[in-house]
Design a binder for this molecule. Structure first.
Ligand SMILES: [Fe+2]
Length: 384
C-alpha cells in the first residue's frame, strides 16, 4: 500500500461489501450491562437503570456503544413526569404560532408543508418560557449521555421537528459536520478528520408524542457509523438501496430518548397516518472543541433563565444535579476562544466560563442586576 497517499480518499474508494460486512454485526445485550434488551440491533435502556448505575461504568458502556457498537440507543421513560414534556410541547406550539404569524420560512430540508421546524428551539424556548425550560432541561440523563460521547462542556442546540400526516421519508444520510458537505469538499479532508467529525457531535431526540411505526420514527442502520468512508458513500444508489433493505425503526413513546452517533446512516420515516403528528425535540450536541451548527446567544439565555433558577435554588425545588443539568444546556462551559489581553486565567490555566459564573452567582444568591453586570463584564472581556 502506498501509505503516503492513504490519508486522502476519493469517492471511487467506497465498497458496498466493506460497508455490508460492518452492518451485519449483531449487538448482544450482554455486552451492554445496563440495557434491558436489544431490539432491531439497538440496545434499549430503562432510564432508571442509567440513573442507578455506577457513573463511570455507564459512561464507558455508552461510549463503547456509540463508537465500536451499534452506534444508537433508546432510553425509555427518561421523563417520569410526562407533564413536563407536555408543557414544553405547548411552548413549542406557541413558538410555531408566533413564527407562522411572522411568516417565518419552514424547513429547508423537507418538502414545503410536510414538516414544521423550529430552528434554535433552545434559545427560543428559554426566552419564551423560562420556567418550562428549567423543568425540562433539569434532566441529568441528557448530560450523562452527552458526556459519555463528548466529555464535559458540551454545547447543546435543539431543533423541533413535527412531521405531519403524509410527510415523506428522508434519504439516508450522515449528519454534521462532514454530512453537510459535498463529496468534493469531503474528499479534501484527510481520513482522520472524517473519523474526527463523528466525535464532534452527538445526535439526540426527545419524543414529544408517541411514535408508533406508522408515524415514521427515524430509520436507522446500526453499525453503519463504523464505515470509514461513509461520508463519501451515503449518496450512492447501492448504499441507499442497502439502507432501505436493512434499516430498522423502533416505536418510541412520549418521553423516550433516541441518541446516535452522527455518522450513523439514518433517515426520518414516512408518516403513513391520516391524523397523527410526530413531534420530536432534536438535540444536536457539540463537543467543546467543535463549532456548533447553530449560533446561540447563551448570555441572553443565562439572563432570561436566571430569575427562575434562583427561585428554584432558593426554594430547594431543584437539587444540585438538576441545576447543573440546566446550566450545562444554557451557558458556555469552555473558556475559549477568548481575548487573552483582557481575559487572563483566574485559577488554573483557563479563564472563567459562563457556566462557572452562573454556578457562582446561584451559590452566592446574587440578585439579577449583579449577575447581569457580571455577564456583561465577562462578555466584554472575551470579545476581541
Ligand atoms: Fe439527520
Amino acid at each position: 500500500m502506498n501509505t503516503a497517499a492513504s490519508a486522502f480518499a476519493g469517492a471511487d474508494a467506497v465498497q458496498l461489501h466493506d460497508f455490508a460486512r460492518l452492518c451485519e454485526q449483531q449487538a448482544l445485550a450482554h455486552d451492554y450491562a445496563h440495557c434491558s434488551e436489544v431490539q432491531g440491533n439497538v440496545p434499549i435502556y430503562q432510564a432508571q437503570a442509567l440513573r442507578d448505575g455506577d457513573r463511570t461504568q455507564v459512561l464507558n458502556e455508552l461510549h463503547h456503544l456509540f463508537s465500536n457498537g451499534p452506534g444508537v440507543l433508546v432510553v425509555r421513560q427518561a421523563y417520569t413526569d410526562l407533564g413536563v414534556v407536555d408543557r414544553h410541547s405547548k411552548v413549542f406550539q406557541a413558538i410555531f404560532a408566533e413564527e407562522a404569524a411572522q411568516g417565518v420560512a419552514a424547513d429547508h430540508f423537507a418538502k414545503a408543508g410536510s414538516n414544521g421546524r423550529i430552528w434554535n428551539a433552545l434559545q427560543k424556548a428559554a426566552l419564551h418560557a423560562p420556567a418550562s425550560f428549567v423543568e425540562y432541561y433539569a434532566n441529568p440523563l441528557l448530560g450523562l449521555i452527552a458526556e459519555a460521547w463528548l466529555g464535559p462542556d458540551f454545547q447543546v442546540t435543539a431543533q423541533v421537528n413535527v412531521v405531519h400526516p403524509g410527510g415523506q421519508a428522508q434519504q439516508p444520510h450522515r449528519d454534521y459536520h462532514l454530512g453537510f458537505q459535498t463529496v468534493d469538499v469531503v474528499q479534501r479532508y484527510p481520513l482522520p478528520l472524517h473519523a474526527l467529525s463523528q466525535y464532534l457531535t452527538l445526535q439526540g431526540a426527545i419524543a414529544h408524542s408517541d411514535m408508533p411505526l406508522e408515524t415514521g420514527p427515524t430509520q436507522l442502520l446500526p453499525f453503519s457509523q463504523q464505515y470509514a468512508l461513509g461520508y463519501l458513500a451515503w449518496r450512492r444508489a447501492e448504499f441507499i438501496e442497502y439502507f432501505q433493505q436493512h434499516a430498522v425503526q423502533l416505536p418510541l413513546n412520549k418521553g423516550d430518548l433516541l441518541f446516535f452517533n452522527p455518522a450513523l446512516f439514518h433517515a426520518a420515516g414516512t408518516n403513513r397516518t391520516a391524523d397523527c403528528q410526530r413531534m420530536a425535540n432534536l438535540l444536536q450536541i457539540s463537543s467543546a472543541f467543535g463549532k456548533p451548527m447553530e449560533a446561540v446567544d447563551r448570555e441572553r439565555m443565562m439572563l432570561a433563565l436566571y430569575p427562575c433558577l434562583l427561585e428554584r435554588v432558593s426554594d430547594q425545588v431543584l437539587d444540585a444535579k438538576q441545576v447543573a443539568a440546566v446550566i450545562a444546556c444554557t451557558a458556555d462551559g469552555y473558556s475559549f476562544p477568548t481575548n487573552l489581553d483582557t481575559d487572563p486565567p483566574v485559577h488554573g490555566l483557563a479563564p472563567q466560563t459562563g457556566q462557572q459564573l452562573m454556578h457562582q452567582a446561584l451559590a452566592e444568591r446574587w440578585p439579577l442586576a449583579t449577575f447581569a453586570e457580571a455577564v456583561q463584564r465577562q462578555r466584554d472581556k472575551r470579545n476581541a
